[in-house]
Design a protein around this ligand. Structure first.
Ligand SMILES: [Zn+2]
Length: 143
């Protein structure tokens, strides 16, 4: 299957039925952030459990690209320890911002389809948005 076709299908599936999606609108412990590029709003709840593994859920009013990216992101980082989570979002953000090779995304399952939009800055901003939000929560405001 062509990458573009695989991208369309995978993004559609994740945006219609996002994984780790919870209603967090009234959850005071959820962090909320907006993407000025396209008006997406994301809420992320996260905590480290007694094994120091990440528990994460999200809620979003957003476009298909950002919703799919958040769905894939939560699949990838949940259950991981902090050091590993930090390494993952750093690597993904480096690829999406063009400072690391696109093929690194192949190690992240469905996320590899985003190789197909690395040349499209607007859609890319929406794909980056959940990852940047996760980084901000972990590095600037939480734990
Ligand atoms: Zn968007």
């Amino acid at each position: 299957m062509e990458l573009q076709e695989l991208y369309n299908r995978t993004v559609r599936e994740h945006s219609i039925r996002p994984h780790n999606f919870l209603n967090l609108k009234k959850n005071p412990q959820a962090w909320e952030k907006q993407n000025p590029e396209c008006g997406d709003t994301i809420r992320i709840f996260l905590q480290w459990n007694s094994q120091e593994e990440l528990e994460i859920a999200f809620d979003m009013e957003g476009c298909a690209v950002s919703t799919a990216s958040a769905s894939m992101m939560t699949d990838i980082v949940k259950g991981k320890k902090k050091q590993e989570v930090e390494k993952i979002y750093q690597e993904v953000l480096d690829v999406m911002k063009g400072s690391k090779e696109a093929n690194l995304l192949d190690t992240y399952g469905d996320l590899s389809v985003f190789k197909g939009i690395l040349a499209y800055p607007v859609r890319l901003q929406c794909a980056i948005f959940p990852w940047k939000t996760l980084q901000d929560i972990i590095e600037k405001r939480y734990l």
